[in-house]
Design a protein around this ligand. Structure first.
Ligand code: GAL
Length: 829
């Protein structure tokens, strides 16, 4: 074992300097946590005896984890080609769906292998491996011996590997994963797509997810904090133990302390009740966090240290009154999101998640539903820090299948274990407000379905009595007829705004959640004429119109849900399908390759806002005004033709001008269609090139803001805009750089599609690119791609060296775009 080898283990939460001195470190540290990031060997296909220590993997690919083996493509219509009838979508016969799961090569077996160095391991020590998620059907081997198996690819699981390790080394870790065809309704990703942790403790220790922290009483003067801490110790003589807990506020000041002896009658759990004076409450607007720091002593010897980050907040769901947080009534301004990160695939990346949340925050969004599975732990941590309320969801299937090889095959044996891990991992997080036990499960319609619902809900209540259970129900009549909906703490309906009153009248809970809403389809920057509201609308170019009037047979445009939410006091808010476009499920082009990613997103697959972003922003962002015009105004050949103009704004009224000529003033009104209530619309505008400008008026009739869109000339240069220009030199951080094709005056050329090339110099590397076009088959990881509607987003990743990074983007006939970024080392990283 070399010094260098230790240096390549990323250490979490312990002084990095100690890494270079493993011999000295062991005695000093009660707990060491490592991320197993680098030096993994990976191969596709099944490899006999690949779990054996002596297996030769020298020719395998070297990869770092998180890793999604399928995202590198190539796309093909034959990857997981599904001939299916989607009952959920009311389909009457089976058809061939090529892009349903993204058209990427995730099917099959993959192996990961790595030397497992366990610094500080030895007599009296324990070692645990924690997988944040492995896609899928994981079998974990240490030194050739199987130590764990976990089928569900979205869940976290851990295993104590103490007995399988050679204390003197070497040790080999091997993981076999397998993805079956027809196992998913979307792109699941493939491989060790989330982090793998190695945790070394003393044999007297606090196990993984070993604390449960609740705040049973909160008022202005104090909050009671109840901490239950589990302890594991070797059988036989348990030494006299004591647990010393300090609660620190966000500034690191100690605000409460308590030391508790463990008495034999307590079993293996310490219960501590502390009081935090004048608590600062957690909310999406004030995401204040505290930390409970616990030290476990046996006599005078420090045996373990464990940190539990938490927030202090109260909430209530009350019949007839709805939801309130810290005593303030509010409705969820939520989005449903899939787990994939567009061009990164399922491979988790904190910077990518943070960028998504930053964009959602600006929209005024305050809640996320993790559709339809357990999220990455990084997402939950970021929601705590940035202020989002979470509905953490577990399953898309119970006993009755939706897809041939889906979760139903594991349900009987695994559902309870999966729920327990979900709840144990995330129950200390203030962001988590509800648990969801499922989405649109066909068991809503089967005899005994409500008994399954009750059983799952009871399991969740047993593990966490402080939060309610909900689920996304879509079979409205069966849900009511079968006493299914009446069982669930919070009845959540998908796409049923027109039936909320009926549900409210018939159900005992006295409240209704829009667990999944809208499913409007659109392609960023694409506008179709004539402008008509339509369901299942398809066009020859496999795009959907950005006038936000197109939906599926089962779904709606945003305004339909807005009306229900605004008029019915017992509604709890909504979770829009979806915040971001995701890989797979390319409705309404399920049967029309090359469509392979969704059209539902408020933001596209590259994370660029579609027009709809501003419709939600106008409603949800109450801190800043919104004024947005559509369509673009570069329509050679449409001169004199009717070209409707919409304005998404937080202001009540506005006047539109085309080349200075007034097109009249519009005011939002409840007297017409749902659209008239939430959008300003000029439907008879005749296109002429030049300027389209809107002047907005506030409620007092004062002109307060303007927005102008001008006709673009010829593409001239590339302009680059980065989401961040100062990054961490940690080999993970990412800048998302939007490249815009502009004319000489700086107007976006809204239909330009030039192929662009990327080169990165200095302390960074090109990571990926996406343009948000659901039909584009260019691979995400090659440094070239066509712009879509004049734009795309390039991802630049840092290395572990600090320095300057330069991204250059070029395209034929265009002046290059160049941007400088800086990377810096951050302490402890
Ligand atoms: C729902 C389903 C989602 C997604 C959506 C598309 O029925 O829960 O997973 O398929 O439809 O509209």
């Amino acid at each position: 074992m070399t010094k260098d080898f230790f240096a390549r283990l990323a250490l979490r939460g312990v002084a990095a300097g100690a890494l270079l001195l493993p011999g000295f470190m062991a005695a000093a540290q009660a707990r060491q946590e490592y991320l197993l990031t680098n030096d993994w060997k990976f191969a596709r296909g099944d490899q006999p005896a690949a779990q054996q220590p002596g297996f030769r993997d020298a020719k395998w690919q070297t990869v770092s984890v998180p890793h999604d083996w399928a995202i590198y493509g190539p796309f093909s219509s034959t990857n997981d080609l599904q001939k299916v009838k989607i009952e959920q979508n009311n389909e009457q016969q089976a058809t061939t769906k090529a892009g349903r799961t993204g058209g990427l090569p995730f099917i099959g077996t993959g192996w990961y292998r790595r030397q497992l160095l366990v610094p500080g391991f030895g007599p009296g020590k324990r070692a645990v491996l924690l997988f944040d998620g492995a896609m899928s059907d994981a079998h974990v081997f240490v030194n050739g011996q199987q130590v764990a198996a976990w089928p569900y690819g979205y869940n976290s699981f851990f295993v104590d590997v103490t007995g399988a390790l050679n204390a003197s080394g070497p040790n080999t870790l091997a993981v076999r994963l397998q993805n079956l065809p027809e196992a998913s309704r979307w792109y699941p990703g493939a491989g060790l797509y989330r982090n793998v942790h190695l945790i070394v403790t003393n044999d007297v220790h606090i196990p993984v997810w070993g604390t449960y922290l609740t705040t049973p009483e909160i008022n202005a003067d104090y909050a009671k904090v109840k901490l239950r801490t589990q302890v594991e110790a070797p059988a036989g003589a348990t030494p006299a133990l004591r647990l010393q807990t300090e609660i620190r506020d966000a500034q690191g000041q100690v605000v409460a302390t308590l030391t508790t002896p463990l008495r034999v009658t307590d079993g293996q759990t310490f219960e501590q009740n502390l009081v935090v004076p004048q608590p600062r409450l957690w909310s999406p607007e004030t995401p204040v966090l505290y930390t409970a720091s616990s030290k476990l002593f046996a006599g005078e010897e420090l045996k373990d240290e464990y940190e539990t980050r938490f927030g202090i907040r109260s909430f209530a769901f009350e019949a007839g009154k709805g939801f309130s947080l810290n005593g303030q009534p509010r409705k969820f301004r939520g989005v449903c999101n899939h787990h994939d990160l567009g061009p990164l695939g399922a491979a988790i990346n904190t910077a990518a998640l943070r960028r998504q949340l930053t964009l959602l925050k600006d929209m005024g969004c305050d809640a996320i539903r993790t559709a339809h599975n357990m999220p990455a732990p990084e997402l939950v941590e970021l929601c705590d820090e940035m202020g989002f309320m979470l509905m953490v969801e577990s399953f898309d299937e119970w006993k009755t299948p939706k897809v041939k090889n889906g979760y139903s095959q594991y349900f009987d044996q695994w559902a309870e274990k999966d729920l327990v891990n979900m709840v144990h991992r995330d129950r200390n997080h203030p962001s988590v407000i509800m648990w969801s036990i499922g989405n649109e499960v066909p068991d809503q319609s089967t005899a005994g379905g409500n008994k399954i619902a009750k059983r799952l809900q009871d399991i969740v209540h047993r593990e966490d009595p402080t939060r309610p259970v909900t689920m996304g129900m879509d079979r409205f009549d069966d849900d009511l007829k079968n006493n299914f909906a009446s069982v669930i703490d919070i009845p959540g309906f998908n796409y049923k705004p027109h039936r909320y009153p009926e549900a409210q009248a018939k159900l005992p809970q006295g409240m209704i959640l829009g667990s999944e809403t809208a499913s409007t389809v659109s392609s960023r920057g694409v506008y179709k004429f004539p402008v008509v509201q339509a369901k299942e609308q398809r066009y020859p170019d496999n795009q959907s119109s950005s006038y936000d009037l197109e939906a599926c047979s089962w779904s709606q445009v945003p305004d339909d849900e807005f009306v229900a939410q605004d008029e019915l006091p017992y509604t709890l808010g909504e979770f829009v399908w979806t915040g971001f476009d995701y890989l797979g499920e390319p409705t309404p082009y399920d049967e029309r390759w090359p469509s392979h990613s969704s059209y539902f997103g408020i933001l596209d697959l590259a994370g660029m806002p579609k027009d709809r972003y501003y419709l939600y922003r106008a409603r949800w962002n109450t801190r800043q005004p919104t004024l947005h015009l559509l369509p673009h105004w570069t329509w050679p050949g449409r001169e004199g033709q009717t070209t409707p103009v919409f304005c998404y704004t937080s202001y009540p009224s506005a006047e539109l001008f085309v080349n200075g000529k007034s097109q009249g003033r519009q005011t939002k009104t409840t007297a017409g269609s749902p659209q008239a209530r939430y959008r300003l619309m000029w439907t008879e505008v005749k296109y002429e090139p030049g300027s389209m400008k809107v002047v907005a008026y506030d409620a007092a009739g004062k002109a307060v803001a303007e927005e102008e869109v001008r006709t673009a000339g010829q593409p001239h240069h590339i302009r680059l805009v980065a989401d961040r220009t100062t990054l961490r030199a940690d080999g993970q951080d990412l800048a998302f750089v939007t490249a815009r094709v502009e004319d000489a005056q700086g107007n976006l050329c809204p239909e330009a599609t030039p192929q662009l090339q990327f080169s990165v110099g200095g302390a960074g590397r090109f990571r990926a690119v996406a343009n948000g076009d659901a039909t584009n088959l260019q691979p995400f990881h090659e440094p070239r791609m066509k712009a879509f509607q004049g734009q795309l987003v390039a991802l630049v990743q840092t290395t572990d060296k600090a320095g300057n990074v330069q991204l250059r983007v070029s395209g034929k006939g265009l002046k290059d775009g160049v941007i400088q970024l800086q990377t810096a080392k951050v302490a402890g990283k």
